[in-house]
Design a protein around this ligand. Sequence first.
Ligand code: COA
Length: 255
Amino acid sequence: MSGEIELRNCTEIEEFRACLGLQKEVWGFADNELVPLRIFSLAPKIGGQVIGAWHGDALVGFAFSIPGTRSGHAYLHSHMLAVKSEYRNSGLGRKLKLFQRDDALAHGYELIEWTFDPLEIKNAYLNLERLGAIARRYNINQYGITSSPLQGFLPTDRLIAEWWLKSKRVESLLGGSERHAFTEEMRIDVPAEIYAWKADPEARHKASEVQMRNRQRFLKAFSAGLACLRYGRDDSGNGVFVLGRWDEDWSYGSK
Ligand SMILES: CC(C)(COP(=O)(O)OP(=O)(O)OC[C@H]1O[C@@H](n2cnc3c(N)ncnc32)[C@H](O)[C@@H]1OP(=O)(O)O)[C@@H](O)C(=O)NCCC(=O)NCCS
């Protein structure tokens, strides 16, 4: 790979068309489950974001968000983050999120939320450890069972990542300072084999068992006021959510 990758806000219809194409490539959704071109072109006009990562003329990643409100506060809901497979694991996903944060702050937002699959070890690590999001809400089968093979035809249970852009947690993490300590109260583990189990129809029941077991744990933990604050990975690729109480009071309510 040679040449710089440039990140910028998309404004032209051909740029939105490229996002649509990359969305198809990354998720493999059936056409009727894709976010359509018209929504990509609408989003930046109503306070949302379509941020593209370009390698020359080729779109190699994008972040897409739409505006929301809760208890009278405007925030961004980041619906998709995608990096073309050959460009993964070199920090581009994180760069897109940091660009998204700067752009959001420049427009007066202090919160970006997104949903993520608690079975996806890599995403959880990026969200909690590298970006400083927290998670304390859980939606059961949020999108129904979808056509994307990435989702293994399981119920689309989702954690909600809350990225409080001006919180001490996020500012100190991104500024390279030491993390604030907390008392660990619970751990929820995800085995490294989860990707293989999701992809294999014969083994999918094992992924489903982990999902059901963890669903109960998350629901119990969140109703007791705990939040996912850290995420660990071991040498074999297993992941673990570490839960405790968040000591900052950023909140727009829970609905
Ligand atoms: C999620 C996604 C956008 C991340 O993009 P990316 O450019 O690969 O991400 P980055 O390289 O910035 O960071 C990923 C982090 O996870 C780490 N990682 C890589 N593979 C991993 C794995 N199998 N398990 C755990 N962590 C992993 C990377 O090392 C990196 O951490 P580091 O910065 O400490 O090295 C990309 O994988 C993707 O497009 N996935 C498919 C679509 C998707 O699931 N999108 C998110 C939900 S909308």
